[in-house]
Design a protein around this ligand. Structure first.
Ligand code: BG6
Length: 454
């Protein structure tokens, strides 16, 4: 009998080879999980386990440990949308499980298939509603708008209890996103100043240098607003803007995050939706596509803590570089205003990618005889100071699922309110701007809101 049975629906996809198997192997090697684990990879392709592992290896740049894959992975061929194969699948699963087996069912599949799989695993008695040893894991997109998200959720609740459902937003597994609350609430200098009397603006940025890679089918239906803002950027925003939770239990933290999402508004005149030049020539993209690959928004969080403070949200593909960061800019001091010197404002940078860490920009006298001032940055780099490897987001998330910890997963009402906001934005989406490079977008932003983006 296995301690852990990890069943992956859609195991020949990109997510399994790029994220899930590497994460499992790392946890296994580092003794973070029991070695008594089986990964049951399900797929339509007619392969045996050996052939499946060859197939997965061929997709990867960094080869995984073949010996471990041979030891823990089993491939099972099934048409996951057809009910027929599920009784046999139940027999296979039953062969691995005992009373103490923790079972993870990971749906690494397109959302159109959720309904079929959820229904079949329920009617074949593979997953029982409320069984605490069983977890169902979903990836975004959770629907395409509020209405479809509600439909997906209704379906999930028909078959499973909320306590069994894990909705993944992989940004929540990133080291510095987990650190936002710590930086805010465990440091007096920030805890005391985290409000509209001292904070001037907050920028939430996720830039990418890559285009859409080989994800045309998904991306052209989605676009940057739904792909990045609805999930990752609104999660970063809610952690940054939330009020002090009653406790640090997941329910209380999520309640405060939801309160932020309930109080969002945006400046209609300050939105930019862009598409990179050449997008229409990408393979499998509709030649008339109006999908956005870039979004800039000026958002307000209308809570007493943050009323009036602009939050600038920006994300896009084919920009100057890969960089995700939150920049908290503080107001000038009264003295600073009096001096009329070209002083910078203080900024706290929460750096999420490519390096994790934070920076604090301060004004300081230039060393020497003059009285000139310049801005300096105090820096903390996580990777430079950590022992061993920094875990990848998926390692942390999978480990939390195995241990039943829910803080880093999105609750239904977070998704509900974020879709309501996205739907409101979509309804007034301006015409697309076709951009050649990031500098063009930066100038547009400067013109519209007077802000310099990094
Ligand atoms: C995914 C999006 O959720 O996040 C992708 O679907 C995007 O389009 C990716 O590239 C970015 O994640 P990361 O971890 O590389 O910043």
């Amino acid at each position: 009998m296995k301690d852990i049975l990890f069943v992956i629906f859609g195991s020949t996809g990109d997510l399994t080879s790029r994220k899930l198997l590497p994460a499992i192997i790392k946890l296994y090697k580092n003794n973070e999980i029991s070695k008594n684990i089986t990964v049951l990879a399900l797929g339509r392709r007619d392969l045996d386990t050996h052939g499946y592992i060859d197939y997965i290896e061929a997709q990867m740049n960094n080869k995984l440990d073949r010996k471990i894959l041979d030891d823990i992975v089993m491939y099972h061929n099934i048409q996951i949308t057809e009910r027929d194969g599920y009784d046999k699948l139940k027999m296979v699963i039953d062969g691995y499980k005992g009373e103490k087996t923790k079972e993870l069912f990971y749906l690494a599949i397109a959302p159109e298939m959720f309904a079929h799989v959820a229904d079949h695993i329920h009617t074949a008695h593979i997953v029982e509603q409320g069984n605490p040893m069983q977890a169902i894991i979903f990836e975004k997109p959770f629907g395409n708008d509020l209405q479809s998200a509600k439909a997906v959720n209704k379906l999930l609740w028909t078959y499973f209890d909320e306590s069994q459902i894990y909705r993944i937003d992989h940004y929540l597994g990133k080291e510095m996103i987990q650190n936002i609350l710590m930086v805010r609430f465990a440091n007096r200098i920030f805890e005391e100043t985290w409000h509209n009397r001292t904070i001037k603006s907050i920028k939430i940025i996720a830039k990418e240098a890559d285009g859409i890679l080989s994800r045309a089918g998904y991306y052209d239906q989605s676009g940057a607003l739904k792909d990045m803002v609805q999930s990752h950027l609104l999660q970063m925003l809610s952690l940054t803007a939330m009020d002090t939770p009653l406790s640090y239990h997941s329910q209380d933290i999520t309640d405060e995050k939801v309160n932020v999402l309930k109080h969002l508004s945006f400046d209609r005149d300050a939105m930019i939706f862009g598409q990179y030049e050449g997008y229409l020539n990408e393979a499998n993209i509709n030649a008339m596509s109006t999908t956005d690959t870039f979004v800039f928004l000026k958002v307000f969080v209308n809570t007493p803590r943050f009323k009036g403070v602009p939050f600038y949200l920006m994300t896009g593909k084919k920009l100057d570089k890969k960089e995700s960061v939150i920049i908290v800019e503080f107001e000038e001091t009264t003295e600073q205003r009096k001096w009329h010197l070209p002083l910078s404002t203080n900024k706290l940078l929460i750096k999420i990618a490519p390096e994790d860490g934070f920076g604090l920009q301060l004004n300081s006298k230039v060393p020497g005889l003059s009285n000139d001032v310049r801005d300096v940055e105090l820096e903390y780099c996580v990777a430079c100071n950590a022992y061993g490897n920094i875990p990848e987001a998926y390692e942390k998330l999978l480990l939390d699922i195995i241990n039943g910890h829910k803080t880093l997963f999105t609750r239904w009402d977070e998704i509900e309110y974020s879709w309501a906001f996205i739907d409101a934005l979509k309804a007034v989406k301006p015409a697309l701007f076709i951009y050649r490079d990031y500098d063009e977008l930066k100038s547009m932003i400067k013109e519209k809101v007077g802000e310099d983006m990094i």
